[in-house]
Design a protein around this ligand. Sequence first.
Ligand SMILES: Nc1ncnc2c1ncn2[C@@H]1O[C@H](COP(=O)(O)OP(=O)(O)OP(=O)(O)O)[C@@H](O)[C@H]1O
Length: 371
Amino acid sequence: MDQFYLDNAKLYQQLVGALDQPARPELNKSDIVTAARIRPMLEEDHAAGFPCAIYPTTTHTPGELQTVYLHDLHNHPRGRPVLKSSKHEVDRVYGETATTETIYADLVVELVAFARQGGIGTLFAYGQTGSGKTYTISQLQRLVAVSLTEEVVLAEQDIHVTIVDLAGNSAFDLLDSRKPISVWQDSAGDMQLAGAKECQVGSAVEMLSLIDQAATYRRTASTLRNDASSRSHSICRVRICNKHTTPDAPGGILFLVDLAGSEAARDVTSHGADRRRETKEINISLSVLKDCIRGKAQYTLLKSRGSERELRQLHIPSRHSTLTKVLKHVFDPWASRPCKTAVIACLNPSLADVVSSNNTLKYAKMLRAPA
Ligand SMILES: Nc1ncnc2c1ncn2[C@@H]1O[C@H](COP(=O)(O)OP(=O)(O)OP(=O)(O)O)[C@@H](O)[C@H]1O
């Protein structure tokens, strides 16, 4: 397939150049905001000879959706290859020149404010390996650290940080030398990271140093698409408690989640047995995540149709993996606490990755269904 794309790269660029690409509006009433971030073509993408396959709209009107076009090239049984284009809509699209500061202002400032008021705010990035998840989330974590440790915040609220990573069904404390911890649900239905260290921070320097410490314990390995690929899901939980409430009051929570990247089966054939098992575990947990996204979309559909009997039978399988246990509140239509989520679908722009990018955007669409 890769050779087919390379052989037809010029024709592909002509076909895409001849397309007209308009944008379209609609309002987001959901508690989930979806965004797509397209990372720039890297030197290795250019060196491999694949053209860019993702074309975002460049204008944005507040409250309106933005569009990403993906152009794949398909072999035609008679004659020259043809373009097969798909169109995806998300709340915001960030092209290769967009800065993380812009993403922070658009998506994360509101989540931080929401968590400060006692809600559960969640930000997660997902996408194929090498698509820019760690790049995006690690920079956003730093911006969150600076904003949550401003004097005006610390005068009113205490900030507690926990950073863990999930590999398969095991969980590890990244602030305590990868000590194993367990994830369980308490009697109030909240997920607990039992045994994980929770550090109260008194300044940006302290919080940034915890983030750096956690990054050194994160499990990484080389994949075909990324030399330093994260082979675990990293979860940074920030608990925000008002100084004048009782110590055991739940407080607001902000989750900053950098998921491990999915790898296509064709890209893992050269891995050893351990790496193949690890990839399988990652793909299983991402597949349960997709099932939960589908379950939430199904709930929204049934609710809009008023199908009470089917709603009662609906099962969202958030208990089937440690990752979805931790993120249960995102998919749980019956959650007792208010939740807001921002999801960043990270995309590799190269034509070689167009199938994975298509898949990533399909799930962003499901997540966005209005509640
Ligand atoms: N917006 C961007 N601007 C410039 N470089 C970027 C951007 N996003 C990602 N990159 C670069 O792309 C490479 C892959 O990014 P990153 O490691 O964040 O991917 P990932 O999705 O976290 O991958 P994995 O799932 O394998 O961990 C890195 O070299 C990173 O610096």
